[in-house]
Design a protein around this ligand. Structure first.
Ligand code: NDP
Ligand code: 2IT
Length: 446
């Protein structure tokens, strides 16, 4: 459709040097063509033009003092993308690759993901080019405090509620929450992913990985009559999402044989021992290659892309954007992989996605498949609001039913628009409809 094409051209012109943002917007706009044709009132109201422009983008200086007494300066970001259906909600990423384009792609995806959860959350994302690797606890704390000193003026439990993402886990959330509490002199649910003793929710730590497996199990059963049971599973990454995806995939009967980090991957044909992985990654904060010291049958290979050469039936990319390209997709398909579930945000390149859809691979796109993390953040917000906490079983049951609901909504939307089993289109359409309706009903404000 010419109209949507012209919006895409405008996005590229207005936001040069932001390839990841272009990639995310292009995929969504392409999916929305049939919807745009059936709803001319949305074109009239400029819904699409407004959707691709963040409501607000904040960039700030983050100075901190390292252990040698030297002043370091990083750049902080918070992109408040869309608040039509609820307060901005989305994680904070601390990684040297962070720039405005990365945060915008993540914030844009978050709008539709959060809408799919069915909970009242708008889309946002933030972070910094700070590299937590090799930093002392004291350095991490001073950085987090400085970051929050500025961020605090832009967020609030009814305005914008950040959480974790790459490089931001419970330790960082703790340091940031402490600073927020001191600045505002209030104890509110302004961040999610908090510790269980101070307002956090059970299952939030496990939620993204667990949710990914609940979603994929439902999709694989519905589309192919298959499941994790008896399947070999390869998972990239070895952080929060990868670890708990591995745990749930195993519980559901899968055999997880590989994990990775940005340096390389481990392959354990006996099945990965998660107790070892958790000790190395969560307690010792070391590299995944340490694993082979404890498991003699396991091997370590340098370079993270090679992980997709390992033969498997199910692949779960859980590390970072564009980590699975067309060649990797071809290898996976040739090796008999029948399902791919995106735990990371936008891990598959557009060419890889196209190939999976063409080959009839059950493909769970990130904004649907990894929505369990933010869904459980939404449940944390609910518990904070009613000043109560639900049991592990209650939260887990809610998470599972949300993930199954997301699969069904995406699947139905795909079918309704003549693209059966195309969950990319289905998730984009289902996520978009609610946001578009809300923006339309609320008039031309943002
Ligand atoms: P963590 O920081 O816990 O782990 C990240 C993992 O990915 C590490 O193993 C890391 O390896 C690897 N990784 C990061 N960057 C790169 C890179 N450039 N190249 C190769 N490997 C890389 O983060 P999470 O597990 O929380 O996040 C993983 C993905 O899941 C991200 O895409 C995130 O946006 C997404 N996600 C996270 C959610 C959450 O609730 N945490 C929710 C939904 C999605 P290394 O240690 O070498 O850097
Ligand atoms: O990408 C994501 O959905 C997250 N990093 C989780 C966001 C959140 O607010 O829990």
């Amino acid at each position: 459709m010419r109209y949507l094409e012209s919006i895409m051209e405008q996005v590229v012109r207005r936001n040069p040097n932001e390839p990841e943002f272009h990639q995310a917007v292009k995929e969504v706009l392409e999916s929305l063509e049939p919807v745009a044709r059936m709803n001319p009132q949305w074109l009239q109201a400029g819904i699409f033009d407004r959707l691709v422009e963040p409501e607000r983008q904040i960039i700030f200086r983050v100075p901190w003092v390292d252990d040698n007494g030297k002043v370091q300066v990083n750049r902080g970001f918070r992109v408040q993308f869309n608040s039509a259906i609820g307060p901005y909600k989305g994680g904070l990423r601390f990684h040297p690759s962070v720039n405005l384009g990365i945060i915008k792609f993540l914030g844009f995806e978050q709008i539709f993901k959060n809408s799919l959860t069915g909970l009242p959350m708008g889309g946002g994302k933030g972070g910094s080019d700070f590299d937590p690797k090799g930093k002392s606890d004291g350095e991490i704390m001073r950085f987090c405090q400085s970051f929050m000193f500025e961020l605090a003026r832009h967020i609030g439990e009814n305005t914008d509620v950040p959480a974790g993402d790459i490089g931001v886990g419970s330790r960082e959330i703790g340091y940031m929450y402490g600073m927020y509490r001191k600045i505002r002199n209030e104890f509110t649910g302004v961040l999610t992913g908090k510790g269980l003793d101070w307002g956090g929710s059970l299952v939030r730590t496990e939620a993204t990985g667990y949710g990914l497996c609940y979603f994929m199990d439902e999709a694989m059963t519905a589309i192919k009559g298959r499941s994790f049971k008896g399947s070999t599973v390869v998972i990239s990454g070895s952080g929060n999402v990868a670890i708990y995806a591995a745990q749930k995939a195993s519980e559901l009967g899968g055999k997880v044989v590989a994990l990775s980090d940005s340096n390389g991957y481990i392959h354990d044909p006996d099945g990965i021992n998660l107790d070892t992985v958790k000790r190395i990654k969560e307690i010792e904060r070391k590299r995944i290659m340490e694993y082979i010291a404890y498991h003699p049958n396991a091997t370590y290979t340098e370079g993270c892309m090679g992980i997709w050469n390992i033969k498997c039936e199910i692949a779960l990319p859980c590390a970072t954007q564009n980590e699975l390209d067309e060649n990797a997709a071809k290898t996976l398909v040739a090796n008999g992989c029948f399902a791919v579930g995106e735990g990371a945000n936008m891990p598959s390149t557009p060419e890889a996605v196209e190939l999976f859809l063409k080959e009839g691979v059950v493909f769970g796109p990130a904004k649907a498949a990894n929505a369990g993390g933010v869904a459980t953040s939404g449940l944390e917000m609910s518990q904070n609001s009613i000043r109560y906490s639900w049991s592990f079983e209650e939260v887990n049951a809610k998470l599972r039913s949300i993930m199954i609901g997301i699969y069904r909504n995406a699947s139905e939307a795909a079918k309704e628009y003549g693209m059966e089993n195309n969950l990319v289109a289905g998730a984009n359409i289902a996520g978009f409809m609610k946001v578009a309706n809300a923006m339309y009903a609320q008039g031309i404000t943002y």
